[in-house]
Design a protein around this ligand. Structure first.
Ligand SMILES: [Zn+2]
Length: 159
């Protein structure tokens, strides 16, 4: 696997630029091939392996999400060039992808949400982040802390 060792909150993380590829990722906790294909070059997300939970030898497949307009192609270039990235990395929120449904119209959506039990997910980062507030189909309020809607399953509303 290609990628770059970086430091987030004093912990080692494995950062994957948009061009890095994961072979045999199915062995990684929480790896999802569809997410990997769809999100590797996302304008607000990058993939990372984290060793946040004790007892986990393999890095947990996760995502970093920025809601402040950080230029992630520029960040990738800095990492490739060995430049300073700590400040920009520190503005990211660690998220993971899960399936959810809109509580009003039933639309099935793949969302990126923070795991609040993860030590990287601090109250300060939750406060600083901007969230997706409403369902893209019906406009009703979503559950709190949706960082990104990464996929919508068309025609999925429950009749
Ligand atoms: Zn809805």
């Amino acid at each position: 696997m290609t990628g770059y060792l970086a430091i987030l909150d004093g912990r080692e993380v494995w950062y994957l630029t948009s061009l890095d590829r994961i072979e045999g990722g199915e062995d990684l906790p929480q790896f999802d091939r569809d997410d990997d294909n769809d999100l590797s070059a996302h304008p607000r997300m990058r993939r990372a392996l984290l060793w946040a939970r004790s007892g986990s030898a393999a890095g947990v497949y996760s995502f970093l999400h920025w809601s402040d307009g950080t230029d992630l192609d520029g960040l990738d270039n800095s990492i490739r060039g060995g430049g300073e990235i700590g400040e920009r990395l520190g503005r990211a929120l660690v998220v993971e992808c899960r399936w959810a449904r809109c509580g009003s119209c039933g639309l099935k959506i793949r969302v990126a949400v923070p795991d609040t039990g993860n030590p990287f997910v601090t109250p300060e980062r939750l406060r600083a982040h901007r969230w997706v507030k409403s369902c893209p189909a019906c406009g009703q309020a979503l559950r709190p802390y949706v960082a990104e809607i990464v996929r919508v399953v068309a025609d999925s509303p429950i009749p």
